[in-house]
Design a binder for this molecule. Structure first.
Ligand code: DC
Length: 227
């Protein structure tokens, strides 16, 4: 990261409200919002479309030479393109969530996506949302926040989000998927979804989005004044 660019790393488990928070913060601060999960989802979608199992590492690694994933700035946010085509809700289905979680365990996939993430942060002030931003992608980020919430609070939010998108899901199903994905994300040996040592922890189980936003803004202002 260039010294004159500000990186804000927002890490945490799925359903913690990171992405809503990151978008709101980016808008407030005039920074670029980067959803790094979308990059893993794009790889997952590509693998899925090829009919390859999400845990078939031997088949997936050689495919990386063929995948054309780019991130471009559109309306103040990083948009992900696969083969030149902008991706939308097709990467948000439960099936592609599972694929994304599995492919994200493959070290070669993580290495493949690393420079895309760093290069955007080198050129822009960013609010970057992910799992390993504070620990691996931007270890020198000026602000690091680990956003978390109880699994029932996260499942409730994720369920409402999927239903609003027209997905046919139940709370129990979403909670079960979320626990599976948490465990899958946590148990991998690389890039654990854990807070960086110098990360502030923001538990928003009992907070709504406005309260979470105010709490995050306070942390950010404090850190930026320090630096
Ligand atoms: O944030 P998300 O739910 O859209 O991410 C999809 C998957 O990608 C998630 O299961 C974990 C993985 N991921 C990751 O390993 N590292 C990141 N920086 C972002 C996401």
């Amino acid at each position: 990261m260039l010294d004159n660019k500000v990186g804000i790393a927002l890490d945490g488990p799925s359903g913690s409200g990171k992405s809503t928070l990151a978008k709101k913060l980016a808008r407030e601060l005039g920074y670029v919002y980067i959803d790094t999960g979308a990059l893993y989802r794009a790889v997952g979608l590509f693998v899925f479309r090829r009919g390859i199992a999400s845990d078939d590492r031997e088949s997936i690694v050689p495919l990386l030479d063929e995948i054309d994933i780019t991130m471009k700035l559109v309306d103040g946010g990083g948009k992900v393109f696969l083969g030149g085509k902008e991706l939308g809700d097709e990467i948000r289905t439960p099936e592609i969530s599972k694929y994304a979680s599995d492919v994200s365990k493959i070290p070669e996939v993580r290495a493949f996506l690393l420079e895309t993430q760093r290069s955007i942060a080198r050129e822009n002030n960013v609010v970057m949302d992910g799992r390993d931003i504070g620990t691996v992608i931007l270890p020198d980020a000026k602000v690091k926040i680990f956003v978390t919430a109880s699994d029932s609070a996260r499942a409730k939010r994720r369920c409402a989000e999927l239903i609003s998108r027209g997905e046919n899901v139940t709370y129990e199903q979403v909670l079960e998927d979320m626990r599976w994905r948490d465990e899958n994300d946590r148990s991998r040996k690389i890039a654990l979804a854990v807070p960086a040592k110098d990360s502030a922890i923001l538990d928003n189980s009992e907070l709504d989005i406005d309260m979470t936003f105010e709490a995050a803004l306070k942390i950010i202002k404090g850190k930026l004044e320090e630096s």
